[in-house]
Design a protein around this ligand. Structure first.
Ligand code: ZN
Length: 575
């Protein structure tokens, strides 16, 4: 067997390849086959492939025409191929029609983000690849690819494993909400198998999935004939997706008003402090996140699909400017002390700085990566991104940039102006890093699985961390930096907010369509309230004690934190 891998690609794809090489060499030792590995695509030539029983691509595919032709000849003459994750990635720039046919017509369209575990269903339990695994199993955290066209449309394709629709909605930024997502398949015209697994360092943590990969290697490597026939799966719908941000709803602490995006309707709904609808403001395409400067009473809305930020005057709730900021603005934060707005863009390393006085935007090469969240504290703004093990600190006065080393795969950040501490949660390793905003020293606290949201009680300094993977909330003492207790929430809590007026904590359980309300003082559950579908963002007014959730269909639910009464302001069908 000959395995190709690259060390010059996405770090998470390199991590996977390293783990895969370890797994495959153990398999080779115990099952007596020879494994050769290479990171040189030049090795994809007829001479080298002549004696190969199985070619494996771990994290890349060849771009050179000669290498591609050698692979085509190898496969057309009975060769065998196993491809993982990014090895099958192809888009309009790939320009290799043979390979798309070989995959069964599958073209990459989009993906869920960040990597999360998922339940998978075995479509074909008698196939040699799946016969030793249960009919359904939990697959470790992975980036799930959506294919359009789907390989299932091809009569020669046999889909062996599919994402269980019970996973929907899946994602914290790029969310898949419905549809058919084949994960493992074979094109029966070839001895080939594609597996979508392959993003990050968790892939080989499931014995069941390891068995699936073991069986795949054996089925292909031992020279089994291509599968026969086709699975009668029929045509199913392509997955639907939406991009979300936990700051899709925000409170203006000065006026007490709530501002919430409706991504598909291109509007921001303005609610009064009790959750009554005041106004709808037309903004740009796919508004995703909101930041508010309470001092100047300006509301900033990042429009994901119109490369702009809409500025709303909070006095009149009318649009006063549309500021061009570059493609795909995603996260946004206001630095009140500096009267500056910082906008991070998906797939971009450049931060856009909007001057709050003039509404003029300037690009600044901060090097914060593909930042997913940011928070400001006094003169500084702190950026996190999933891919790099660092927090990027931008000084608002000098534009000086510094980095703080932290565990990788950060997802959430919060700042406490009272004690000048910054909290950053890593979904990758289940920790929260506490940073002293003055000395920039840090300390790490272990929390639950996949901590993805943080909120703090500004009056008690307690910090509440929603653990998506362990369905609970870790409570950190703001003075000692220690986890003092863990409180159960509902399934997959994804957003959290604290009413510092009465110490109530609101935890949005996106999968269940519920909010768990906690007593932040006694750290106990007070109750659970049903909301609209898929609440993923939440804000609370600490004077009226009303919390408002924003759901995946743009619906808003108001919860009275005192009585736990709930009412809906806008259903998904509201215009
Ligand atoms: Zn990936």
């Amino acid at each position: 067997m000959l395995a190709f891998y690259s060390e010059n690609t996405e770090p998470d794809h390199v991590d996977f390849a390293k783990d895969a090489l370890k797994f495959l060499s153990q398999l080779a030792a115990s099952e007596q086959f020879t494994l050769e590995t290479t990171s040189k695509w030049d090795d994809l030539n007829s001479e080298r492939l002549k004696n190969c029983q199985l070619v494996i691509w771990l994290n890349e595919s060849p771009t050179n025409a000669e290498q591609r032709r050698a692979f085509e000849r190898y496969m057309e003459h009975g060769g065998a191929w196993l491809g993982f994750h990014a090895a099958a990635y192809n888009d309009k720039d790939t320009k290799w029609p043979w390979f798309v046919d070989f995959l069964g017509g599958a073209v990459f369209e989009t993906n869920s983000w960040p990597p999360l575990p998922a339940h998978l269903i075995v479509d074909d339990p008698v196939h040699p690849v799946t016969v030793k695994v249960p009919r359904s199993f939990e697959s470790p955290a992975n980036e799930w690819y959506v294919w359009n066209p789907s390989p299932r449309l091809n009569k020669d394709v046999r889909v062996l494993v599919t994402l269980d629709p019970s996973n929907y909605p899946i994602g914290l930024k790029d969310v898949l909400t419905s549809g058919d997502l084949p994960v493992v398949w074979t094109n029966t015209k070839y001895k080939m198998l594609y597996m979508n697994m392959g993003h990050g360092d968790k892939i080989f943590t499931s014995p069941v999935q390891n068995q699936l990969i073991d069986s795949a290697v054996n089925w292909l490597g031992i020279g089994a004939a291509p599968s026969e026939g086709t699975a009668a799966n029929g045509i199913r719908a392509t997955p639907n997706g939406i991009r979300i941000n936990p700051n899709g709803i925000a409170l203006n602490p000065e006026t007490g008003k709530f501002y919430a995006v409706n991504t598909t309707k291109e509007i921001v709904n303005v609610l009064d402090g009790d959750g009554g609808l005041l106004r709808r403001v037309r903004v740009g395409k796919e508004p995703e996140s909101i930041a508010i400067n309470g001092v100047t009473n300006r509301i900033y809305v990042a429009n994901g699909n119109s490369a702009s930020v809409t500025v709303i005057d909070g006095e009149t709730d009318k649009v006063i400017a549309n500021v061009p900021v570059g493609d795909l603005p995603y996260s946004i934060a206001v630095n009140q002390a500096m009267n500056k707005v910082y906008v991070s863009r998906t797939f971009s390393d450049v931060t856009t700085v909007i001057d709050g006085q003039t509404n003029i935007a300037t690009p600044l090469k901060v090097g914060a990566g593909d930042a997913v969240a940011e928070a400001s504290l006094e003169g500084g703004t702190y950026f996190i991104n999933y891919e790099s093990p660092q927090i990027t600190v931008l000084d608002g006065t000098s534009d000086h940039v510094s980095k703080i080393k932290v565990p990788t795969h950060l997802w959430a950040i919060a700042a406490n102006p009272a004690n000048k501490k910054i909290y950053a949660a890593s979904v990758g390793n289940g920790t929260v890093t506490v940073i002293d905003g003055k000395s920039l020293t840090s300390k790490v606290a272990n929390v639950g699985k996949l901590p993805c949201a943080i909120a703090l009680d500004s009056s008690s300094a307690a910090v509440f961390v929603a653990n998506y993977g362990s369905h609970n909330v870790s409570v950190i003492d703001g003075n000692t930096n220690l986890v003092v207790t863990t409180v159960n929430a509902g399934p997959n809590p994804q957003a959290i907010a604290v009413d510092s007026g009465n110490h109530r904590v609101f935890v949005a359980n996106t999968h269940a369509g519920t909010v768990t309300v906690l007593d932040g003082t006694n750290k106990t559950v007070v109750g659970s309230v049903r909301t609209g579908e898929g609440p993923f963002a939440i804000a609370v007014n600490s004077k009226t004690h009303k919390a408002v959730t924003l759901g995946l269909k743009g619906d808003l639910s108001v919860i009275d934190g005192t009585t736990l009464a709930k009412w809906s302001v806008l259903g998904p069908q509201s215009k």
